[in-house]
Design a protein around this ligand. Structure first.
Ligand SMILES: CC(C)(COP(=O)(O)OP(=O)(O)OC[C@H]1O[C@@H](n2cnc3c(N)ncnc32)[C@H](O)[C@@H]1OP(=O)(O)O)[C@@H](O)C(=O)NCCC(=O)NCCS
Length: 329
């Protein structure tokens, strides 16, 4: 198999390949090119086949692609072999606290075509695209705002090997918790009554709260703005808020990312009001909604205060992810 480029954005050195020649004349020439909308179903199938520890749906893939707040079509690559898509890699960039970071957001190579240099070549091309966009460091999957999983699940051992080989170093872990929604009562009326006596009013957010809530988040938890904006689009609004002296001082949200997976978060209470039980009520209101939507479990991703969720939601550690980073010189 030879790998060539269709779009003239791949430097010559990426055309070198150590892959074996194909016996099939229709599959003689593999080509890396930009993703087109017509590739969607083939990419979906490739991801379903490759991401064996996850459940990929059409809605989820749409959310990760065009649903990304910084979707950049130039950074979505496929490898085509004859009429088959054998590789996929999506990159995005984010400006995080004054720094431009490049992320590999999703990637997979067809199981029959692995270890032939396909991911290596797509990554080489991606790195050039990152450099052109002023990226100084690259990370894998842990993309704030709209992400699939917050790092590499180490059971994807090939992905770990790939990351090390491409020059990444592991720097941190992230954890997803899971809460059983069926086994508990998420009733909060009594606690809400007690909070009301202290002047703290809990309610579901409405469209009228949007501007104030996003401003509150901007001030205290800037990176969560996008997920909360997404949660505002749900029907009913997938956000609960706490007001004190008529000002929003806490919130919790769900279905702001990976919609359909029982995805909780983010949530936050203003520093000055922590420790009064506001977070517990806000959390339980969201879990109650997720249960009413028909979810048996809620995922509490990329935590955070494990003890808080263990205590109030009986949540347990479910998946652990490894974070990887590579500086670009
Ligand atoms: C990770 C993945 C994308 C790699 O694709 P690939 O095309 O097989 O990778 P390449 O052939 O380009 O390999 C590049 C380097 O990665 C390393 N590597 C890749 N697969 C490996 C394996 N199974 N064992 C050891 N090293 C491996 C090698 O060092 C290789 O370099 P080398 O050929 O010079 O030794 C592919 O294995 C895959 O799709 N896995 C399942 C999906 C997945 O894990 N996605 C990430 C989810 S978290």
């Amino acid at each position: 198999m030879r790998i060539s480029q269709k779009d003239p954005i791949l430097p010559e050195h990426h055309l070198k390949t150590h892959t074996k020649p194909s016996q099939n004349p229709n599959q003689g020439l593999s080509m890396i090119r930009k993703y087109k909308d017509e590739d969607f179903n083939a990419v979906l199938e490739l991801l379903k086949k490759s991401l064996v520890h996850d459940e990929i749906t059409s809605e989820l893939l749409k959310e990760k692609l065009q649903g990304d707040p910084h979707f950049d079509r130039e950074m979505v690559l496929v490898t085509e072999d004859g009429d088959r898509i054998t590789g996929f890699m999506q990159g995005v960039t984010r400006d995080i606290r004054g720094e431009r970071i490049g992320y590999l957001k999703l990637m997979a190579v067809d199981p029959d075509n692995r270890k032939k240099g396909i991911a290596r070549q797509m990554y080489g091309m991606m790195e050039d695209l990152f450099r052109k966009r002023g990226v100084r460091k690259v990370r894998i999957f842990d993309v704030p705002l709209n992400y699939f999983q917050p790092g590499i699940d180490p059971r994807y051992t090939e992905a770990l090997c790939f990351a090390w080989r491409m020059g990444f170093a592991r720097f941190d872990d992230t954890t997803n918790l899971i809460a059983d929604l069926e086994g508990r009562d998420w009733e909060t009326a009594r606690m809400e009554h007690d909070l009301a006596e202290e002047g703290i009013v809990i309610s579901r957010a409405t469209e009228e709260d949007r501007v104030e809530l996003l401003r509150f988040i901007e001030d205290e938890f800037a990176l969560w703005r996008h997920e909360v904006s997404m949660a505002f689009q749900r029907e009913p609004v997938a956000i609960h808020i706490a007001r004190f002296n008529d000002r929003i001082r806490g919130f919790s949200a769900y279905n702001g990312n990976n919609v359909g997976n029982g995805w909780f978060g983010p949530m936050g209470t203003s520093n000055v009001l922590r420790g009064r039980g506001i977070g517990e009520v806000l959390l339980k209101r969201c879990l109650s909604d997720l249960k009413a939507e028909g979810n048996k479990k809620a995922i509490i991703p990329w935590v955070g205060p494990i003890a808080f969720y263990a205590h109030h939601a009986g949540a347990n550690v479910d998946r652990v992810f490894w974070r990887f980073e590579k500086p670009l010189n």
